[in-house]
Design a protein around this ligand. Structure first.
Ligand code: CAA
Length: 702
């Protein structure tokens, strides 16, 4: 009778096992069957209590995100279903195995009693989707654990460990292990029956607002205003919790529904949902499936113990993998290892690691000056100076000493991976693993597939990337791969606008107002104007036809003004504080005169359009060339690696929001407006023209 529920009786207990693989998302059929099972148990006089659990699966990952905009509100809609369950006349125990997220945790809260296995995670990730809990979470959680803790939990979006859930009162008990969870839940239900426990226990914080300081919500919003800039969902979630503190449950539940619908109707939810599914798609590569045998990786070697190499090495030590770190000189090696220790010590000071864990991780890291020590590594990642000649020497040596089948990876951010692979007699084993700095922190990993990279090498790199907690995105070979190639025209426009009359502060403000973590000129100052100069070097000859190309940055480089590290770049720095530099403005005026560029007042809109349209156009070009497999991959690279606001969904999703026809018209407009410069740079990608001609509203190659 049920397809997604396992209903059974254990004497006086009804056991309702949710069984919708992979994560028990509460789609329409599961909701219907859960309701039917609940009604069956409720009306069976032999049943005295109910236990809800995930049958061989995690308890429940919440509402079915794919259903939003479709059957999500078909009866029984989750909020109504949970109101019905919460009115149970018999005690209900939720047995939480694996995870209870979003609507899954709301289901657990609708059950009056909760027992969890010790490794389960409980939380409300809705905020990361641009939503708020919409099936009672914002109303029941404050009553259960108090308003402040509830607000923090909902706004953090990060799941809690079971032990923390127990401390907060979100779980009543912990089972000894996942294996014993169902037995423990049954025993708990029987204990409740024996004790004559009510079907619905009283909430510990029945009036969650009473203990709050005056003006709590106003002050809280003020405190978070910077962090929440541009985002809708945190404001709506806070409003829902405020209502929970001021209104009875039924009023709060109704208001929560309205707020949830408001969030769901917003473009921010569309954007964040797009990223959610893009992230799941990113791991899927044609030709790779679970049947492809992977190369075993038990030992890693990293060449170069600088900031990048050290950060890369930490990723592997963090998952318990031995790493050999190679440097040319003893001092550089010692410095690199000392820096890694320092990083771990900082984590220990912040309570993220124990001292024992620090020592365990350090013990996995072996320094060497001798390439021979790399002979038994399964994966070697070079993170040496960004020069083709240096890479050549490294790869020729690796080809000599590494064992057959070892994966040889380069961390280059712009150089040609195919050329690097050709330095070896095993190009099929060579791949790009482009980590972002700081490599132990940043989640993005561009996995660069050379024209000869073997499928099993690619598949192994993707799997390993996930194992070390990264978001691996596949890129083909081209200058700068996905991320840096798109950065180039975006930053080029910013630099050109300086000559035409905009100031660094204005350009950066327009970009941060849009929600970017940092304006592009501040970012260049942070990364280093010298680094930008070096990366542009191979392009210089081809771009000599545009004498304005990054001209101001080149002048700053010549003056040794490399950005934050020298205290001056586009701005003047006092510590971390940034000030406008009148000399830069004078320099821009002088260069504009030399180049015959007419200076004028530049509007914020023009800055937005020129920088963003060029970014988008390059992304579309990359998609068309097959460098990226999907538009979503490009959006992930930019949201995860370059601080593009997630609630805009990434540059290509944002283009859809702006209107593809609007973007195309804008590019053509600047092409006409900017004379020879416009003619040179403002060429719409052919795919953009095709999509607009076909009346498409989203960027996709299909
Ligand atoms: N709805 C629909 N599909 C979901 C889903 C959900 N809530 N959660 C996971 N999935 C799907 C994924 O898309 C993926 O599908 P494919 O295999 O077809 O790609 C599959 O389940 C496995 O997911 P992951 O690859 O992400 O597996 P994981 O083990 O790395 O992570 C997870 C599992 C922690 C549950 C993660 O998928 C996740 O965070 N899911 C989202 C949870 C969430 O946000 N829940 C709240 C939903 S909104 C809500 O509930 C609102 C409300 O209040 C009513």
């Amino acid at each position: 009778m049920y397809t997604l529920i396992d209903y059974s009786l254990d004497n006086e207990l009804a056991l309702i096992g949710l069984s919708r693989a992979p994560v028990n998302a509460l789609g329409l059929t599961l909701r219907q069957e859960l309701q039917a099972a609940f009604r069956q148990a409720s009306s069976d006089p032999a049943v005295k209590a109910l236990v809800v659990y995930g049958r061989g699966l995690p308890f429940c990952a919440g509402a079915d995100i794919a259903e939003f905009g479709g059957a999500a509100f078909d009866a029984p809609a989750l909020p109504q279903l949970l109101i019905e369950l919460a009115g149970s006349s018999k005690p209900m125990v939720a047995a939480i195995g694996g995870l209870a997220l979003g609507g899954g945790l709301e289901l657990a809260m609708a059950c009056g009693y909760r027992i969890s296995e010790p490794k389960a995670r409980l939380g409300f990730p809705e905020i990361t989707l641009g939503l708020l809990p919409g099936a009672g979470g914002t109303q029941r959680l404050p009553r259960l654990i108090g308003a402040e803790a509830a607000l923090e939990t909902i706004l953090a979006g990060q799941p809690l460990h079971a032990e923390r859930a127990l401390e907060l009162g979100l779980a009543d008990h912990l089972a000894d292990s996942a294996d014993e969870l169902l037995d423990a839940a049954r025993a708990y239900a029987r204990e409740l029956l024996q004790a004559g426990a009510p079907a619905q226990p009283a909430y510990p914080h029945a009036e969650p607002g009473v203990a709050l300081p005056d003006n709590f919500f106003v002050d809280y919003t003020a405190k978070k205003s910077g962090q929440w800039k541009g985002q809708l969902a945190p404001h709506l979630a806070l409003e829902a919790v405020r209502i929970a503190c001021e209104q009875p449950l039924d009023v709060g539940l109704a208001r929560e529904q309205e707020l949830f619908l408001e969030a769901m109707d917003s473009p921010q939810f569309q954007a964040l949902r797009h990223l959610f599914f893009a992230e799941r798609e990113a791991g899927k590569v044609p030709g790779i499936d679970a049947s492809l045998p992977l190369r075993p990786i038990g030992k890693v070697a990293v060449i170069g113990a600088g900031t990048m190499g050290g950060g890369i090495a930490m990723n592997f030590a963090n998952i318990g993998m031995p790493v050999v770190l190679l440097e040319q000189k003893r001092e550089a090696l010692d410095r690199g290892l000392a820096q890694i220790r320092k990083n771990y010590e900082i984590s220990a000071k912040r309570g993220k690691l124990t001292q024992e864990q620090v020592e365990q991780r350090m013990a996995l890291l072996a320094g060497t000056l001798d390439y021979a020590d790399l002979a038994d590594a399964d994966l070697v990642i070079e993170a040496v100076f960004e020069s083709m000649e240096v890479k050549r020497q490294v790869f020729v040596t690796l080809d000599e000493i590494c064992k057959p089948g070892a994966i040889l990876a380069t961390n280059t951010s712009t150089l040609d991976v195919d050329q690097i692979a050709a330095f070896t007699r095993r190009p099929q084993d060579v791949i790009g693993l482009h980590f972002f700095s700081p490599a132990n922190v940043m989640r993005l990993l561009e996995v660069v597939r050379g024209k000869e990279t073997a499928l099993d090498v690619l598949a192994t790199a993707l799997k390993l990337g996930k194992q070390i907690g990264k978001l691996p995105v596949v890129s083909g070979v081209c200058y700068g791969f996905i991320g840096n190639r798109m950065l180039e025209p975006y930053a080029r426009e910013a630099h050109r606008l300086l000559l035409e009359g905009a100031t660094p502060a204005q350009i950066d403000r327009v970009l941060t107002d849009l929600g970017l973590n940092m304006g592009v000129l501040s970012m260049y100052d942070l990364v280093g104007i010298d680094v930008g100069y070096l990366i542009r070097t191979p392009l210089r000859e081809a771009l000599a036809c545009d004498p304005s190309y990054y001209r101001l940055a080149d002048e700053l480089y010549a003056l040794g003004r490399y950005g934050q590290k020298t205290g001056r770049g586009m701005y003047i720095y006092e510590g971390r504080e940034r000030h406008d530099d009148p000399e830069v403005l004078a320099m821009a005026e002088r260069l504009a005169a030399e180049l015959g560029i007419q200076r004028r007042v530049i509007s914020d809109q023009e800055i937005h359009d020129r920088c963003l349209f060029m970014l988008i156009n390059e992304g579309i070009q990359i998609l068309d060339e097959g460098i990226a497999l999907r538009a979503g991959d490009i959006d992930l690279v930019w949201t995860c690696g370059y601080g593009f606001p997630t609630w805009l969904g990434g540059p290509l999703h944002y283009a859809g929001q702006l209107g593809l026809d609007h973007v195309l018209a804008g590019i053509n407009q600047y092409r006409a407006l900017l004379g020879a410069y416009g003619e040179q740079w403002f060429k719409p990608a052919a795919l953009l023209e095709q999509l607009v001609a076909a009346g498409k509203t989203r960027i996709s190659k299909d």
